[in-house]
Design a protein around this ligand. Structure first.
Ligand code: 4NP
Length: 151
């Protein structure tokens, strides 16, 4: 059964909220819009090191400030997508009792692979993150809209 798309609220999570999750937020928003889907997408980091900073300059698609995960996110969002297993462990550690979100590795919608941290590498790592975010956005939206069952 598919979910009415206006009720879908997705939070993409990484460590710093300056590389992977703002990229994931931008790509997922863009692909959802192209599909005509009205969903809410936000992103944050489990760490607060870069709160208030703009995204890494290599994450060129986005122009918003980093924010840290809040306890209220677990009840606010329907889906929380972790970039890697470390982010997922941090989420599970901080999950409150009233959490209603479906919390998963984003890669679990496609190939179970993490989005590797590109922070200390070159531009090619960011290209790879962009490609992964594109494939993972398609896989996520296929699943939550029920399209995956029709393929
Ligand atoms: P992100 O990348 O989790 O994809 O935003 C990182 C950004 C900053 C740091 C690590 C990862 N850092 O250690 O400052």
């Amino acid at each position: 059964m598919s979910t009415p798309n206006s009720s879908i609220k997705v939070l993409v999570v990484c460590l710093g909220n300056i590389c992977r999750s703002p990229m994931g937020e931008a790509v997922l928003k863009d692909i959802a819009k192209k599909r005509g889907l009205d969903i809410v997408v936000d992103s944050c980091g489990t760490g607060g090191y870069h709160v208030g900073e703009g995204p890494d300059e290599r994450t060129a698609e986005v122009c918003r400030k980093a924010r840290e995960l809040a306890t209220s996110d677990f009840a606010e969002f329907t889906h929380i997508l972790a970039a890697d297993e470390s982010n997922l462990r941090n989420l599970m550690r901080r999950k409150p009792q009233n959490s209603t979100a479906d919390i998963r590795l984003w890669g679990s919608y496609l190939d179970n692979k993490p989005i590797p941290d590109p922070y200390y590498g070159g531009t090619d790592g960011f290209e790879k993150v962009f490609q992964q975010c594109t494939a993972l956005s398609d896989a996520f939206l296929d699943t939550v809209t029920g399209n995956a069952l029709e393929k």
